[in-house]
Design a protein around this ligand. Sequence first.
Ligand SMILES: *[C@@H]1O[C@H](CO)[C@@H](O)[C@H](O)[C@H]1NC(C)=O
Ligand SMILES: *[C@@H]1O[C@H](CO)[C@@H](O)[C@H](O)[C@H]1NC(C)=O
Ligand SMILES: *[C@@H]1O[C@H](CO)[C@@H](O)[C@H](O)[C@H]1NC(C)=O
Length: 363
Amino acid sequence: MLSSIVVAALLGLAAAAPKPYSDNKGGHGGHGGQVPFKFPLANGFPNLSPDALKAVQKQAQGTLPNTAFPSHIEDTTAATFQLIAFNEIFEVAFFTSLINNITSGVYDVGKGAAKQIVLNALTAVQAQEELHAAGANAILKAAGRTQIQPCKYIFPTSNFDDAIAFASTFTDLVLGTLQDAQNNFGMDGDVSFIPLIGSVIGQEGEQNGFYRNIGGKIPSQLPFLTRSAGPFAFSTLNQMVVVPGSCPNANVIPLPIFGALTVETQNIQAKDQTLSFSFKPNGTAPENFSLVYINQQNTPIVKKPSNIKTKKDSVSFQADFPYSANLMNGLTLAAVTKSAGPFADADAVASDAIFGPGLIEIK
Ligand SMILES: *[C@@H]1O[C@H](CO)[C@@H](O)[C@H](O)[C@H]1NC(C)=O
Ligand SMILES: *[C@@H]1O[C@H](CO)[C@@H](O)[C@H](O)[C@H]1NC(C)=O
Ligand SMILES: *[C@@H]1O[C@H](CO)[C@@H](O)[C@H](O)[C@H]1NC(C)=O
């Protein structure tokens, strides 16, 4: 078995400069001509017959947990698993589309061993995500809660490198949000799910090491991964990949959807700098807003926006990015908040946020 660094080398990517994914344009501008991805899959997913489930488990190299799920869960737990299902169903769509693009030759991934290693990895991931989604919905079903149905999706990527960089970024966001899920289960008393989520965090981390390595980055980005919160993950999915109005029942998920915050600065490098942002206010532009950065497990950093320019339907501004004092590598979430805080953690930022998250990836 060749190592993934060999994959990167075979793909001619190891020497390439890492391409930070920081162009969170929000909304769906520029993807108008794209045909949305629709479920069900050929195997029936999200409705898997017992035989189809067996085949998915074989492809995933493992099974759904065979333990009984509780018949009662708390409201916060239900909302958390609804968000997890909402996200995992999107991931199934994304990896199905990515594999199709590779096998049909839309994406050029070289050939021979390197292409096969990528396909082997993604084929397992695609089935593993089907089981993550099916598992979340099975937990909701066992507790008599609403299971999440698929939306239609478009993807902001049209070549292999960008698709892998985007997979790495949304996986980072998931890795931050699952920390929030564990916190929720600890707080509301449904602690039996904490180890289950721990097993998924490790699994998604293994995936991300592969995506980062393919992109020419080191596999482990930080000593302590960036924290996120449910509203940031829900907002990102709605802003970037969900076709508006296409979700049969995502409205049951009791989370806000923020307006998009666009990171205008491209190719953000590892240094102190001033970044440019913009958002489209819905009605009157907010007064006295702040820009907050969430990175690693550190206290969110609040910056006063400068150079604020309000045009007819958009607001642009700048904010300092204090890289060197904080070593802001890996994923940083940027959010516009109503107040200047201070904010204890990502949840506190989400409670006060109106636009975001802008997604910044360094190294
Ligand atoms: C697959 O290719 C289509 C057509 O170029 C593109 O619209 C879609 O975003 C691609 N999927 C992924 C996951 O990159
Ligand atoms: C914009 O504001 C209007 C009126 O307050 C509201 O009905 C609508 O849902 C808002 N749209 C968004 C995208 O927030
Ligand atoms: C904005 O900040 C100024 C100065 O701190 C203050 O006087 C004003 O009341 C604030 N406006 C709002 C809407 O909070």
